[in-house]
Write a protein that binds this ligand. Sequence first.
Ligand code: PMT
Length: 406
Amino acid sequence: MSGSQLQGRRVIVGVTGGIAAYKACDLVSKLVKAGAEVRVMMTENARRFVGEMTFATLSGSPVHYDMWRERSEIDHIAMADFAEATIVAPATANIIGKFAHGIADDLLSTTLMTLTSPVIVAPAMNTHMLESAAVRKNLALLAERGVRVLECAEGRLACGEEGAGRLPNTQVLLDAVVEALAGESDQFAGLRVLITAGPTREPIDPVRFISNPSSGKMGYALAREARRRGADVTLVTGPVTLQAPSGVQTTRVSSAEQMHEAVQALAGEVDIFIGAAAVADWRPAEREQQKLKKSGSEEMVLRLLRTPDIIDAVGEWEPRPLIIGFAAETEDVVRHAEEKLRRKAMDLIVANDVSAPGAGFETDTNRATLIDVIGRETDLPLMSKAELAAEILDRAGCLIASRESQ
Ligand code: PMT
């Protein structure tokens, strides 16, 4: 993350009472190191998990938690004026419920009511709470109102259970703050961008399928960034757990055939196509109607057929959009990517070494080389998927401009 994007920017970090409160210390520390002016606002319960002195020291500023004690010095209106962006991390079910329903009974919940600048909510809680109808509905309500709701990470939770509910790592929190501060631009206003994301599932029988570990994070980051630049964005996504980015037309599909159909439905109506999805190349020739039985056999032969090539089909469209593809490779990455760029007649390919540490599937970071149709090659360092999305769209902007000038 580039520190310059945070230099001098004013950020409120709201901390609520969950075990992940200690992780907000790292967020505050990194925001401050990147040059942001940070004010920490804690709930009473958060103070049971982390002492205010820790946040005061890290932020270099007193911590705010008591509406009455601080009334003369600072109040929620002043805090709302201060904030260029606010992130609540961790956000408990309680603060989410209050924020969704307009309940203001402490300094943080009252301040959230008065904010006019972007707000990010990073939930962290037990999986069952997260999946409860009430929390899901409240998060959806907040997302509808333009609050950026971050996806919980999965793993071992403090209660000993495994599942979704962990606070996303600091990089994801920082990226969200940077994105919120960057605000809207009109660079892509009037452009229609179609993005594929996530894996596809090719059914073998009603309970089994062929797929891959794509989480959708790369494609969703591209969709958010294209939207932020003012584009009219459609996201066609395979099965992932991510929430639809706000302001993006999102179509959920499962198989490669369905993804192909959803993309083809927009033939001729797209200016930029980006294929970030990890589309299965093969599907079982037959889909069994009932669960296959082992029937004592030690061997099973599955006959596979090729799936439709989505990018190849987009290349046939009239008018032809700018086509950006990815190459997920594990060896000789650039050579294989160059070959794909030519074979699939792309304008730009993102060569992705999916075996490199921190790159490829599921991670929050990625490492890629951008290769364009005239042979320009840019080897990028490891960066967050949000930053890589911005690099890809910067390059797309240049290619669109050079097309228009021809
Ligand atoms: O989703 P994440 O967890 O964030 O992971 C990101 C990612 C690793 C999935 C992403 O960065 C990536 O590399 N996506 C492309 C994966 C892939 O399928 O690569 P490929 O080399 O097999 O395919 C080349 C291109 O053709 C891709 O743009 C792909 O979308 C497209 N394709 C592939 C098969 C097919 N039938 N139709 C296609 O359009």
